[in-house]
Design a protein around this ligand. Structure first.
Ligand code: ATP
Ligand code: MG
Length: 425
């Protein structure tokens, strides 16, 4: 082998492995999320990771950061222009529309999986990251906007994160409203162009509303005196927005209105919102969403009102870790460690472990492999984090709690099963 083969191959920058030590937290989070969305009657939809590049250009918008510089796009062997999905909403609309799920129907759907964006990797920002998305189609009223936000509330409650996140909302009006506002904003910012940061100057030409999103203090200061979007939104959207706010208040959802909240995807109208935490530094948005009533038609379907949100899973995992809100039980992945005092008892131990798994539903049993000294087996039992060890020896079975000072006591096999059933309750 030449030296070029000797270097170990590393993962692609910004794309993470989720190791066994961390996967229980992910599974916990995924379980809680699917329980919450199912409790609202949402049904899971799965679609491919690769789509036609055109899908994202037509939905997210040609002059957004995502489409301009963050997509993993390539020509495949047939010359088809494909992209790894940078988000799920466009894919969800594509799939639902393609299979006739949106035709004269209401749909409540959710999905989860990896998304891909070529961004600068940092804590809470990766090139492969994971989202859970929740989307509803065919419902036009503010009640369904409220439902989408209440789903996120229910999740914070289930995860113990309610005090760690806050909700910001805004009404960004219709596409026409935003065009009119964009002109007024551009006119104002042009007068002060010299004070604008470089990014904002570029956006002024291509996508002026994105300037509102600038993190540069000088630009923010300039925006204090800029025309305000709320003066441009049409009365219909204002009424819808007021009704939504009333519904949120009636459900004890606290929120602040942020007139500068605009999303980096072009398809939103009326409502946009973000759930933000202060515990993760500048990558503080853990969930974002809004209404997108024009997207289905834009992708070739019949006009279908829609609203949805997406959770950023990596940021939620970080937030759970940061706030210490991971239940202890999450890291315990084993209940029983079966071991044996003599190598000749191994076969009996395997049969016993099989029997326990059959007789006690849900019980997680690991059988020691490879024999060896009893003291070494016990070390492995402790390392496994199981709560009990069952020891097979010539005289019968013994039960040992894996707390440091416990002793092994003889136990009848019927009693053993009963005790393990009790352990499961
Ligand atoms: P940000 O402003 O943080 O870049 P965004 O507006 O681009 O987010 P959306 O496209 O709305 O994000 O995606 C919804 C959620 O997905 C975000 O709120 C965030 O939690 C998560 N997310 C987005 N991009 C990334 C990324 N590169 N790495 C990790 N999580 C991400
Ligand atoms: Mg982004």
């Amino acid at each position: 082998m030449g030296p070029e083969f000797m270097n170990k191959i590393q993962s692609v920058r910004g794309m993470n492995d989720i190791l066994p030590g961390e996967s229980p937290v992910w599974q916990y989070l995924e379980r809680v999320i699917s329980d919450v969305v199912h409790s609202y009657g949402y049904r899971e939809i799965r679609f491919p990771i690769l789509e036609q590049t055109q899908l994202f250009k037509r939905s997210i918008g040609e002059v957004t950061d995502i489409v301009e510089k963050e997509m993993y796009s390539f020509l495949d062997r047939n010359g088809d222009d494909l992209s790894l999905r940078p988000e799920g909403t466009a894919c969800c609309v594509r799939a639902a529309e393609q299979h006739g799920l949106l035709y004269n129907q209401q749909q409540r759907l959710w999905y989860r999986g990896p998304m891909f964006r070529h961004e600068r990797p940092q804590k809470g920002r990766y090139r492969q990251f994971h989202q859970v998305g929740v989307e509803s189609f065919g419902m036009v009223g503010p009640d369904i906007d409220a439902e989408i936000i209440l789903i996120s509330m229910a999740l914070w409650r289930s995860l113990g994160l309610i005090d760690s996140v806050r909700l910001e909302i805004n009404n960004i009006g219709t596409a026409d409203d935003r065009r009119a506002y964009g002109q007024a904003l551009t006119a104002y910012l042009k007068e002060h162009e010299a004070q604008l940061d470089e990014d904002s100057r570029r956006r002024l030409l291509s996508n002026p509303l994105r300037v509102l999103d600038s993190k540069v203090p000088e630009t923010q200061a300039l925006l204090e005196y800029a025309p305000s979007l709320s003066a441009f939104v049409s009365p219909d959207t204002a009424i819808h927005y007021d009704q939504l706010k009333a519904l949120l208040t009636a459900n004890n959802v606290c929120f602040t209105e942020n007139q500068r909240l605009v999303r980096g995807l072009d398809y939103y109208n009326n409502l946009v919102f973000e759930w933000i935490t202060d515990a993760l530094g500048s990558q503080g948005t853990v969930c974002a969403g809004g209404r997108y009533d024009a997207l289905v038609a834009q992708l070739g379907g019949r006009g279908t009102p829609a609203v949805g949100l997406a959770f950023g899973m990596e940021r939620l995992v970080l937030l759970l870790q940061e706030t210490g809100k991971i239940p202890d039980s999450v890291s315990q992945v084993l209940d029983v460690y079966v071991m044996y005092s003599e190598d000749s008892e191994q076969d009996t131990a395997i049969i016993l472990a099989e029997g326990l798994r059959r007789q006690v539903p849900g019980l997680r049993v690991q059988c020691h492999s490879g024999g060896g000294k009893f003291s070494n087996q016990l070390k492995r039992a402790f390392a496994s984090c199981a709560s009990v060890a069952v020891i097979v020896d010539a005289e019968g079975l013994r039960w040992r709690k894996l707390s440091a000072d416990a002793v092994a006591e003889p136990v009848e096999s019927q009693i053993l099963v009963e005790r393990l059933r009790a352990l499961m309750l």
